[in-house]
Design a protein around this ligand. Structure first.
Ligand code: CP
Length: 355
């Protein structure tokens, strides 16, 4: 089965990612050629969780393509405040707009929304789970700044457990030849097991490190992330992890001259501001590349009939997912969709094991 929804970057083939990067570069070279590409089209941005870059870059992308935008950035100003469920909100908005970009604090929400939408749904972040368009941003940046998406030594550092951008980035870059990863975190905030499974399934080299100063020495790209305060059970737990890894001038002195530093932003304290002027610091340029990547994505989803994404085979499971952060816990009408992995039932919304 195929769809026009971008829920998980895993659904994109390398050919599709490469096609998107190529289109983003063409838009960067000749933006005027695309000024009317989406005349008459409407993007709905449904942001149930705060955002600066993702929401505004999607809005700017559609405006630069000649389209218009509707939406909310605070669900309490919509009928969600009166108790409207996700299904009803999405069913109605899919009758108003041509494409939906949505963010939600609950895992699996974009996938759930796609079940009730007649128009493409783009996942702009679902809890600590996935953030595929940040990955497209990162990939456009890598392609423009390193000239390749393969044979890269990649360091990812920070909150690898809750950092959805890291999960999507690894899922995409394992598809390319000879990429290797250094996973730099505290033992408490390492990547979820399912991401380790993906690395192993692709025979991808990875090492686990607890020292940023050591790990930074031989990398092509260092991907810093913030500790995701909003995903912790208590302030005490958050404070115990805060500021463990800070990239400063002293540590950066160990890195290669051609290493680039990416960060999905927002930054809290994990990169000192005196690094911002270092030519290796790409995070502000990265945010701008993201807008071009999103312009390319909107065009491909709305105008390219061949640009369809594979949907994995799903079935109805007897049991409900028990992950307290899964959308199936809050939207009771959702079917118990699951998929099979190594003989186990996995939740099709949040990717956690069901039984
Ligand atoms: N990178 C990212 O998702 O930023 P925002 O939260 O500002 O959208």
């Amino acid at each position: 089965m195929y769809s026009k929804n971008l829920i998980d970057i895993e659904a994109m083939t390398t050919a599709q990612i490469d096609k998107l990067v190529k289109k983003a570069k063409k838009i960067m070279q000749s933006p005027a050629d695309y000024r009317h590409a989406c005349d008459g089209k409407i993007l709905a941005t449904l942001f149930y969780e705060p955002s600066t870059r993702t929401q505004m870059s999607f809005q700017t992308a559609m405006l630069k393509l000649g389209g218009r935008t509707i939406g909310f950035d605070n669900p309490m100003n919509s009928s969600v405040a009166k108790g409207e469920n996700l299904k009803d909100t999405v069913s109605v908005i899919s009758g108003y707009a041509d494409i939906i970009a949505m963010r939600h604090p609950v895992e699996g929400t974009a996938m759930a929304a796609s079940l009730y939408s007649d128009i493409p749904v783009i996942n702009c972040g679902d809890g600590g789970h996935l953030h595929p368009t940040q990955t497209l941003t990162d990939i456009v940046t890598l392609s423009c700044e390193k000239g390749r998406l393969d044979n890269l030594k990649i360091g990812v550092c920070g909150d690898l457990l809750n950092g959805r951008t890291v999960h999507s980035l690894i899922k995409a870059l394992v598809k390319y030849e000879n990429n290797s990863f250094t996973l730099i975190s505290t033992p408490e905030l390492g990547v979820p097991l399912y991401i380790i499974d993906i690395l192993e399934k692709h025979n991808c080299k990875y090492t686990i490190s607890h020292s940023l100063a050591d790990a930074v020495k031989d990398l092509d790209m260092l991907y810093m992330t913030r500790i995701q305060r909003e995903r912790f059970k208590s302030e005490e737990d958050y404070l115990s992890q805060k500021d463990v890894f800070v990239l400063d001038k002293e540590k950066l002195a160990n890195a290669r001259d051609d290493m680039i530093i990416l960060h999905p932003l927002p930054r809290v304290n994990e990169i000192t501001v005196d690094i911002d002027d270092d030519p290796r610091a790409m995070y502000f340029k990265q945010a701008q590349y993201g807008m071009f990547g999103r312009m390319a994505l909107i065009l491909l989803l709305l105008q390219d009939e061949d640009f369809v994404l594979k949907v994995r085979d799903r079935e109805i499971c007897e049991h409900r997912c028990k992950n307290p952060k899964c959308v199936t816990q809050t939207e009771e009408y959702l079917p118990n969709y699951s998929y099979e992995k190594l003989g186990m039932h996995m939740c099709d919304y949040c990717d956690k094991r069901i039984d």
